[in-house]
Design a binder for this molecule. Structure first.
Ligand SMILES: C[C@@H](N)C(=O)N[C@H](C)C(=O)O
Length: 185
């Protein structure tokens, strides 16, 4: 992978219409604790370009992406795992994995005004209803398919147990890398 793609990028710098609402920067998450001290969503630059392509495709259909989590330091993963050590829904701390190396996003779909579309569950609903093969209502399935098509066509793969978790298909090409998102505002 070229060196220009392996650093970190603030996703809103290349896709300003993406909404960022980092839930672990607030107490509005499953831990009820503030997990980290930043509100800027960063991912590896190659991943950011793919995300911008997904958001652009969605814009033509009248939708936007809303990000709930992006790069997550290993220290934050430790806090999440301490509260909910269930590998189905929270990964073990590991600098070479997923959010912790900046190749994964937790996200949902909104309309152009920023209103969230109906999806299978709330964010971090750690129940079987979050699984990608769970039964969905027709309306939930409609919006899920719009999101899933845009993300997979842009080069992401969805984690089977969480409908909101999308990983760069090139994730294995990225070596571990840490950053402070506050440096990318
Ligand atoms: C905690 C949840 N939002 C999540 O990101 N789960 C995956 C499995 C992870 O911890 O990487």
């Amino acid at each position: 992978m070229s060196p220009e793609l392996t650093g970190f990028t603030n996703v809103q710098k290349i896709a300003p219409t993406i909404i960022v609402d980092l839930r672990y920067a607030t107490t509005n998450n499953f831990t009820h604790q503030v997990i980290y001290d930043f509100t800027t969503a960063i991912v590896r630059t190659g991943t950011a370009h793919k995300l911008a392509a997904a958001n652009q495709a969605l814009a033509t259909l009248g939708y936007r992406l809303k990000i709930w989590d992006a790069y997550r330091p290993v220290s934050a993963q430790k806090r999440l795992f301490n509260v909910y050590p269930d590998l189905e829904f929270v990964a073990k701390p590991n600098p070479n994995f997923s959010h912790q190396k900046g190749v994964t996003l937790d996200l949902t779909l909104t309309d152009l005004a920023g209103n969230e579309c109906p999806m299978p569950t709330a964010f971090d609903d750690f129940s079987p209803l979050a699984h990608r093969d769970a039964p969905r209502t027709a309306i939930q399935n409609h919006y899920y398919q719009i999101l899933n098509t845009a993300m997979t066509q842009a080069g992401f793969v969805g984690y089977e147990n969480e409908w909101w978790d999308y990983r760069d298909t090139d994730m294995a090409s990225f070596q571990p890398l840490a950053a402070d998102p506050n440096d990318y505002q």
